[in-house]
Write a protein that binds this ligand. Structure first.
Ligand SMILES: Nc1ncnc2c1ncn2[C@@H]1O[C@H](COP(=O)(O)OP(=O)(O)O)[C@@H](O)[C@H]1O
Ligand SMILES: [Mg+2]
Length: 293
């Protein structure tokens, strides 16, 4: 299975651009869509989920255009929108049965599947209370469960880890790894650590354009040997920041410890090389790289 997104553009009124000539090929596995707020992640996901139509461009599922023929993807799609709404008076069982009916999922296995999903998102104990009484993280988890109801071949999760505590994040990653199988899974986040451990590939998007699509190790290799730490006094920090791309600053007794990317420059004197992370690569790529057109 393959999704080919071809020169997709989405313009909103008043010259607002959601996506700009965006092209990418997505194959089975987990793709992490990483980008700052306003980058166009939700716009892209809505178009793939056929909730929104592009201004121009096409989305081909195994060569067939789903913009023209949305039914091709709808029956194999699981989608968690960023602004997922719930029915406050239904409990988890009732809600999932309702969604199942909407998606045309039924049959003898349905109750078992619902139990398995509720187990997977750790909601069994709360499954009989109204969703209106759930915390933000619990609502997010029921949203994850509903996206998985129809055993989807294409899964789109828009900022799924928002509101989840660290333990819930770990469970979510496990669930995704279990569910991924042969599916195409697309996850978005503006937080690197949410994507890093679960994604086979990462696509960095900014201002409606693709900056880079690659595996995390490949991305990290682009900044390998370019990441340093330096201890400076408070008064030296501002000048240093005007010369180097500083990715983190921490206080260390009377000094400031700066983590920075040397880029094409020589590192400053008295710096110490440190291992590069995906966070470093993300900041480097979003702050310095030209777009892929
Ligand atoms: N319905 C809309 N009307 C006008 N502008 C929009 C609308 N939806 C998104 N945008 C704009 O499109 C850009 C991309 O938004 P979005 O896809 O939501 O970004 P992300 O999900 O990466 O935070 C932003 O500049 C946003 O303001
Ligand atoms: Mg969004």
């Amino acid at each position: 299975m393959q999704l080919e997104i071809k020169i997709l553009t989405k313009m909103f009124g008043k010259g607002m651009v959601g996506l700009s000539d965006f092209s990418i090929i997505i194959e089975k596995g987990v793709l992490g869509l990483l980008g700052p707020n306003g980058a166009g992640k939700s716009t892209l996901m809505k178009i793939i989920a056929t909730i929104s139509k592009p201004t121009y461009g096409s989305v081909l599922l195994d060569g067939e255009d789903i913009v023209k023929n949305p039914d091709l993807i709808r029956k194999i799609l699981g989608y968690l929108p960023q602004d997922f709404g719930v029915y406050p008076n239904l409990n988890a069982y009732e809600f999932l049965k309702y969604i199942a009916a909407m998606k045309g999922v039924g049959g003898a296995g349905l109750n078992k599947r619902i139990d398995m999903l509720l187990e997977g998102v750790n909601l069994i104990a709360d499954a009989k209370r109204p969703i209106g009484t759930y915390s933000g993280g619990m609502k997010q988890r029921i949203g994850i469960a509903q996206a998985l109801l129809n055993d989807p071949k294409i899964l789109i999760f828009d900022e799924p880890t928002v509101g989840l505590d660290p333990e819930e994040r770990v469970r979510f990653r496990q669930l995704i790894s279990e569910m991924a199988g042969d599916a195409i899974v697309i996850l978005s986040s503006h937080i690197v650590s949410d994507i890093e451990t679960v994604a086979d590939e990462v696509a960095i998007i900014k201002s409606g354009m693709l900056i880079e699509k690659n595996t995390a190790p490949e991305m990290i290799s682009k900044v390998e040997n370019k990441i340093f730490e330096i201890a400076l006094s408070q008064s030296e920090v501002e000048r240093f920041k005007s010369q180097y791309l500083v990715v983190n600053t921490t206080r260390q007794s009377d000094k400031m410890l700066l983590r920075y990317i040397s880029g094409t420059h020589q590192p400053a004197a008295n710096s110490r090389p440190v291992n590069a992370t995906l966070e470093d690569a993300y900041l480097f790529l979003t702050k310095t790289q030209p777009y892929i057109r």
